[in-house]
Design a protein around this ligand. Structure first.
Ligand code: ADP
Ligand code: NI
Length: 219
């Protein structure tokens, strides 16, 4: 199907509606997370020859129906539908839905395959924002917002075999590094994202090394 290209006004309206949607967020999924994902997506789409418009629209809306942020997927998708309708881009719903549905991490031992280059790009951009300095900050913000401890040596790391187990985990935030964040670099799809991940990954490893040394009182 030939899609009408969004105008710059429509994209600006989209940005404002997404800003409103995440106004109250303090779980590390605030507007600026989505905006960073959009910035990364534009870069990756160009380098990977993906459809830039489809990647950008998916990136703007990717966290609106996220299971961690809305009561149900239905409510989330209703919001996505309403936003697209408001800005006159309803035709894109069926194009971006499968892409957004493929974004999320579901546990260390759960495969999250991408069925298009656009989906690969959006998933990679979202995962890059979960690692590095920003990733560390987001993880502790998320943990705090859900009442999780920073660290608790009595709770062992768990490599979740299914989405239910991963979703329902109440482990301390430091465990999340071993259950997800350190695994992301090898689960990226595109060479462009893998290149960006190298420094971010190294920074997390250094952070964790020092974290454990400080806990022992060694430095
Ligand atoms: P995904 O859909 O892959 O989870 P998001 O865009 O929703 O990606 O980002 C997930 C963010 O939430 C990451 O920054 C991640 O560190 C944080 N997060 C999710 N679950 C946890 C958790 N159990 N503990 C700490 N942070 C978490
Ligand atoms: Ni996200």
């Amino acid at each position: 199907m030939m899609m009408v290209q969004p105008t710059s006004d429509q994209l600006l309206m989209l940005e404002e509606l997404v800003r409103e949607n995440f106004e109250e967020d303090c779980t590390g999924h605030d507007f600026y997370h989505t905006q960073r994902v959009v910035t990364l997506v534009k870069k990756l789409a160009q380098e990977e020859s993906a459809d830039a418009v489809i990647c950008e629209l998916s990136a703007w809306l990717h966290d609106v129906p996220d299971h961690k942020l809305v009561a149900s997927a239905e409510i989330g998708w209703e919001r996505v539908r309403a936003i697209l309708f408001k800005i006159g881009l309803s035709d894109y719903l069926n194009v971006i839905k499968p892409i957004i549905n493929e974004v999320s991490y579901k546990g260390a031992s759960v495969a999250t395959p991408c069925t298009s280059i656009e989906s690969s790009v959006v998933q990679d951009a979202d995962r890059l924002d979960a690692i590095g300095a920003i990733g560390i900050a987001r993880a502790f913000a998320y943990g705090g917002s859900k009442g999780r401890k920073l660290y608790d040596p009595s709770v062992l790391v768990e490599l979740h075999a299914d989405f239910e187990g991963y979703k329902n985990s109440t482990a301390p935030t430091i465990n999340h590094f071993y259950e997800k964040l350190l695994l992301l670099k090898d689960r990226l799809n595109t060479p462009s994202a893998k290149a960006i991940a190298i420094r971010r990954h190294l920074f997390m490893e250094q952070f964790l090394e020092q974290f454990h040394e400080e806990i022992k009182g060694d430095m």
